[in-house]
Design a protein around this ligand. Structure first.
Ligand code: BEZ
Length: 238
């Protein structure tokens, strides 16, 4: 049997403060997460410039950037390539690549130069049993206080679903704004989960239909309605 390489590496986890770093990017120097305080940010890595899956991802994410910005979220990309490679790749995407109905796509969000792999290692983006010299497709959702709220990892061969990343962003914000949780496959407008009652008296009241708007299937499974407009109004601050 092939020996599995194991390495003990401290990786940031959900609930941790996002590790701080200063880096040069295609949009100048950034200080992460301090420069993004007050807004959500998505820090994501891709394996390499000038590769097809990454190109399809960048075109998709760049095309959706306004939508993420409107939800108070900024995007920050990273790969273990240098600045000149990033600049040349992004220019090639804009000038030459037409794909899936997208063309002339300009990537406006910063792409970090991490040729020394310092940030990638800090964030556990190098996963040696997948690849020792490339970052996996990691996605860190960081809240306005600089706390990591969700992490998703994909292998090199699998392009991400950016609608899902948007769904996660909205669900995290909805959970904060309304003090609720979101069930499987939730989308704005679907019923949300009401947190546990806390006391048996309150749970009984809920079961008896005494808490307005709350519907219980059993003591541990209570939902309520929040319409899509109400959710999006909070998230988009409109
Ligand atoms: C790609 O983005 O196409 C890719 C990058 C690294 C390994 C495999 C695929």
């Amino acid at each position: 049997m092939e020996e599995v390489k194991q390495q003990v590496v401290a990786m940031p986890r959900i609930g941790d403060k996002a590790p701080e770093f200063i880096a040069s990017t295609t949009q100048g120097e950034i200080n992460f997460p301090s420069d993004f305080k007050g807004s959500w940010s998505i820090l994501f890595s891709h394996p390499a410039d000038f590769t097809p899956v990454c190109t399809s991802e960048f075109m998709t994410f760049a095309s959706m950037e306004d939508k993420f910005n409107e939800a108070n979220c900024k995007l920050v990309g990273l790969s273990v390539d240098g600045l000149y490679s990033h600049i040349a790749w992004l220019r090639t995407i804009k000038e030459k690549i037409e794909w899936n109905g997208m063309k002339d796509v300009e990537v406006m969000f910063p792409l970090i130069d991490d040729i020394k792999m310092e940030v990638a290692r800090l964030y556990g983006m190098i996963q040696p049993n997948e690849d020792t010299t490339k970052a996996v497709r990691a996605v860190f959702f960081v809240d306005p206080e600089g706390v990591i709220r969700a992490i998703i990892y994909y292998p090199l061969s699998l392009g991400r679903n950016f609608d899902e990343l948007y769904r996660v962003l909205i669900a995290l914000q909805a959970a904060d704004e309304f003090g609720i949780a979101t069930p499987a496959d939730w989308r704005p407008g679907d019923d949300v989960i009401v947190p546990p009652a806390g006391t048996s008296a309150k749970a009984k009241d809920r079961m008896d239909g005494k808490e307005e708007g709350v519907e219980c299937k059993d003591w541990f499974f209570c939902t309520k309605k929040i319409d899509k407009e109400t959710v999006m109004k909070k998230v988009l601050k409109k």
